[in-house]
Write a protein that binds this ligand. Structure first.
Ligand code: 13P
Length: 215
């Protein structure tokens, strides 16, 4: 069994990795992992290189969205969408949020990602939606993110960034990287011409194959 301290350290390692690989920058972005009856989440506005396991906050998932938290530092300003997703989507155990450049470019244009590549199926269907806009940290944004992620494991956040979720932190991070790759491919294809979009049938067949492939 992995200890709570190890989970806290893995959250910090994942944050550093997402900044190293260009998925995020500065103190933008945040990560949460389900733990016992709540979630562990990065503190707000702390550079990832200065973060230590004791600084990770704990928020309870039971009851309403009260915002009761434990820890020496205030939790991420975006704890509400982490809370909404982990509360209402029991299949997920980790949520990654980043201001990934290509995802954010599309989110600024309020463009969802269509089935421009078969890998869109990794996120559960034939598109990745873009939520509406609301000020960062608000319950309204959390509600819109939850709606945009219906039957999906990721979404874009209008004029903001992206969210990817998974059954583990490893899977959520993998999806975050795949989503940014897909967004880059879509942005680049838009610059060269009119992307050809795969049909619902193409994506259905992809989903069937992916069951065997193990993603
Ligand atoms: P936090 O530092 O509060 O996690 O906020 C960063 C961010 O990306 C807000 O959307």
């Amino acid at each position: 069994m992995i200890s709570e301290t190890d989970i806290r350290q893995r959250i910090i390692d994942a944050c550093r990795e997402m900044n190293r690989n260009g998925l995020n920058q500065g103190t933008s972005g945040n990560i949460s992992v389900r733990f016992e009856d709540g979630l562990l989440i990065t503190p707000t506005a702390i550079p990832y290189d200065e973060m230590s396991p004791d600084m990770i906050s704990k928020i309870y998932l039971s009851g309403d969205m009260t915002g009761n938290w434990e820890g020496p530092k205030e939790p991420s300003s975006e704890w509400r969408f982490h809370w909404q997703i982990l509360k209402h989507r029991p299949e997920f155990n980790a949520v990654v949020h980043a201001h990934a450049p290509y995802c954010t470019t599309l989110a600024i244009l309020r463009k969802p990602i269509p089935a421009c590549h078969y890998m869109v199926a990794v996120f559960g269907g034939n598109d990745v939606r873009c939520s509406g806009y609301s000020t960062f940290g608000t319950k309204e944004l959390a509600d819109m993110a939850l709606t945009a992620m219906e039957d999906r494991s990721a979404c874009l956040l209008a004029n903001h960034g992206m969210i990817a979720a998974g059954d583990s932190l490893k899977q959520a991070m993998w999806r975050a990287v795949e989503l940014e790759t897909l967004a880059r491919q879509y942005c680049q294809s838009l610059q060269l011409g009119e992307p050809v979009i795969l049909s619902e049938d193409d994506i259905r067949k992809t989903l069937e194959r992916m069951d065997d492939y193990g993603v």
